[in-house]
Design a protein around this ligand. Structure first.
Ligand SMILES: Cc1cc2nc3c(=O)[nH]c(=O)nc-3n(C[C@H](O)[C@H](O)[C@H](O)COP(=O)(O)OP(=O)(O)OC[C@H]3O[C@@H](n4cnc5c(N)ncnc54)[C@H](O)[C@@H]3O)c2cc1C
Length: 375
């Protein structure tokens, strides 16, 4: 069973979440074999339930929530990112409902997740629209929704979720809706899990929706003006969550370095490890700075784009360096061999490097980097 060095982790992340970090590392390989492992065996454990309650509270907490969420995400991904994503949580659905849901919708969703201790999904990506999420094809016609969602975390296992769809083919027509347990069980929706080789706990799935009647009460944002009902609010939610994904990449990179330091110190030079540690620290601080910017201005996307590129790159570098130096030893260390694969998932979550480079170039054009104008 994989374990953590508790003294080291307590020194790094404090003791508040130490038990949960340890639990995630211990179940990491089981979850990699079976994404339902936590739900089937630990649904009533205080750790799992406590995490669910903390997530619901954190979604409502302001104003330093992005920075706080980064610290939590990093430490738990250090335990194991797959186990983290396989744990019941409101996740991004909770965030979008908190942002644009009515009070009744918030209470309905939170109560359902809490009472059923279930996982949730947030369906954006489609077979034909991945990075180009603002042009999704799932649409509403005469009150009925049709479309496909692909690569959606926990899509086939979740008890409740949310999807993005277009209400009409025109500007600002992006809307989000709660997909209730009743709709999920209806003949209008088909769901299936997808085979995965990395972060299997994420349990990516496919959803097909055909002529699904959607009650107005489940459409989010009806009480808001057109600018805040859809895309503008979604941008805020994505900006607030992107630093958490970057923090998860940092957490796994740090876990790899610590594991190598504790178990293979004779194979790798302390200078190489120190260099990796320093790069990880730089990525961590860049990301915390980005989180601070988002906490001040939820539309401040450029710093978090920069941070996401840096965090994903350092995680891949840690995995690559360890693979090169340890060679076949990695194959005989099941946790390490999983960790050096998992780092490649973060690139695809919350925007790829190419998309973030595009964001940064737009930021440069908007003169968000005045230092570049003088060079
Ligand atoms: C672990 C994991 C969890 C996920 N969870 C969810 C989830 O919960 N919900 C959800 O909806 N989706 C989820 N996704 C899907 C994720 O959002 C998509 O994979 C991502 O948006 C990229 O879309 P795509 O895979 O279709 O790739 P594409 O968009 O087809 O991109 C393929 C390549 O083309 C490049 N590219 C695309 N557009 C441009 C452009 N304009 N300029 C330059 N280069 C470009 C990309 O950088 C990439 O290298 C998850 C994916 C993973 C791996």
């Amino acid at each position: 069973m994989p374990t953590i060095n508790k003294d080291k982790v307590a020194h790094r992340y404090g003791t508040e979440r130490l038990d949960l970090i340890e639990f995630y590392r211990e179940v990491s390989l089981k979850v990699d074999d079976d994404p339902d492992y936590i739900v089937n065996n630990f649904l009533d454990s205080e750790l799992v339930y406590g995490k669910l309650v903390a997530d619901l509270e954190r979604n409502n907490a302001m104003p330093s929530s992005t920075q706080n969420r980064c610290r939590v995400s990093e430490s738990l991904a250090y335990g194991d990112p797959g186990a983290l994503l396989a744990t019941p949580s409101p996740s991004l659905s909770g965030a979008i409902i908190d942002e644009i849901g009515s009070k009744e919708q918030q209470v309905y969703f939170q109560n359902y997740v809490l009472e059923n201790k279930c996982r949730t999904f947030f369906g954006v990506t489609e077979p034909n629209k991945g990075s180009d999420a603002s042009n999704i094809e799932t649409h509403q016609f005469e009150g009925k929704i049709s479309g496909e969602k692909m690569l959606v975390g926990n899509a086939a296992a979740a008890g409740i979720g949310t999807i993005l769809f277009r209400s009409q083919s025109k500007f600002l027509d992006m809307r989000a809706a709660i997909i209730t347990p009743e709709l999920l069980a209806s003949e209008f929706i088909e769901r299936s899990p997808l085979n995965m080789t990395i972060i299997r706990g994420c349990n990516l799935g496919y959803v097909r929706i055909k002529d699904m009647p959607l009650d107005e009460q489940y459409i989010l944002g009806n009480h808001l003006g057109p600018m805040q009902q859809g895309i503008m609010s979604l941008i805020k939610v994505f900006n607030r969550f992107r630093p958490s994904v970057s923090a998860m990449a940092v957490g796994v990179a740090q876990a790899i370095v610590d594991h190598v330091q504790d178990n293979y110190a004779n194979v790798i030079s302390p200078y190489q490890l120190k260099l990796l540690e320093q790069e990880i620290e730089l990525a961590r601080q860049t990301n915390l700075d980005a989180a601070r910017c988002v906490d001040t201005d939820p539309y401040a996307a450029t710093p978090s784009s920069l941070a996401k590129i840096k965090c994903c790159a350092v995680a891949k570098k840690a995995a690559h360096t360890v693979n090169e130096l340890l060679q076949e030893a990695v194959l005989f260390d099941p946790w390490l061999s999983k960790a050096v694969r998992d780092v490649y998932a973060f690139e695809w979550m919350e925007g790829t490097t190419n998309i973030h480079l595009n964001n940064i170039s737009m930021g440069i054009k908007r003169n968000e980097f005045p230092c570049l104008q003088n060079s």
